[in-house]
Write a new protein. Structure first.
Length: 101
């Protein structure tokens, strides 16, 4: 992708990609807008629509209607951290299931 969005290996599981994108947003190494768009548009459905991505979408799309002011970068990064944490937990659960087969 352009504009500072580094290449992401999208051939991995969607949860792994979501974790990496969310971590990049949280750490400030990925542009918030582009990373959030990627999580919402490309990964939300592929990750079974996790609540944390839904809340990120609400922060971006509906914040002005609810709060009157746009969310701060810190608020968006905090939500991205929650997405990364959920993705890490989901990946661990998937690995545990695979190891039991």
């Amino acid at each position: 992708m352009d504009s500072g969005f580094p290449p992401i290996d999208t051939q991995r599981t969607p949860w792994a990609v979501a974790r990496d994108v969310a971590e990049g947003i949280a750490e400030g190494t990925l542009p918030i807008g582009q990373g959030a768009d990627f999580l919402i548009q490309e990964l939300r459905d592929k990750c079974d629509g996790p609540e944390e991505i839904y809340w990120l979408m609400l922060l971006i799309d509906d914040w002005a209607d609810v709060q009157g002011n746009p969310p701060s970068d810190d608020e968006l990064r905090d939500q991205a951290r929650k997405i990364a944490d959920v993705a890490t937990a989901r990946l661990a659960a998937m690995a545990d299931q695979e190891s039991r087969k």
